[in-house]
Design a protein around this ligand. Structure first.
Ligand SMILES: [Zn+2]
Length: 157
């Protein structure tokens, strides 16, 4: 399964995004990858004890999607604890917190942060023939930054 994504950086990368049990050599250690959205879901639902509906709103996703994310996250964490695996937190899909607009007359594209209100006209040619650009519908796939080598840029098909 793949989704279209943009390459973006996360501003707040945690100091510790890798957890490893003591005394197990790295070459026999199995690694579980908790994605950033799963991490956030656990933080909201389990640490802050929010209702799923409330937590889903915080993440700008449906309750159903939140339910899927949190159950996947809990299963991974249980796997790590029960089977003494390493836990890595990175990757996953995170909502783009910016809106993209495009002018149909001059093809100018620009970005506005969420909550700033929509534009009335194209900033370049003042045309009123402006629309939300398609790339801001849905999710962005992001790496955690600080790079473990993998190039996450580029679009999937
Ligand atoms: Zn324009």
């Amino acid at each position: 399964m793949s989704r279209p994504f943009r390459c973006r950086k996360v501003r707040c990368s945690p100091d510790a995004n890798y957890f490893k049990p003591r005394g197990i050599p790295i070459d026999v250690l199995e690694e579980v990858n908790l994605t950033i959205d799963e991490f956030e879901a656990v933080r909201l639902a389990d640490l802050e004890s929010r209702y799923q509906e409330d937590a889903a709103k915080k993440m700008n996703i449906s309750r159903q999607t939140f339910g899927n994310i949190i159950s996947s996250a809990r299963k991974k964490i249980a796997d790590v604890l029960v089977n003494s695996k390493a836990l890595k937190i990175e990757g996953g899909v995170v909502k783009i917190m910016e809106r993209y607009f495009v002018c149909y007359d001059c093809k100018h594209e620009w970005v506005l942060p969420f909550g700033s209100g929509g534009p009335n006209a194209c900033p370049k040619c003042s045309s009123l023939n402006i629309h939300r650009a398609p790339q801001d519908r849905g999710w962005a796939k992001m790496g955690w930054g600080g790079g473990r080598g993998k190039n996450r840029c580029g679009r999937t098909v």
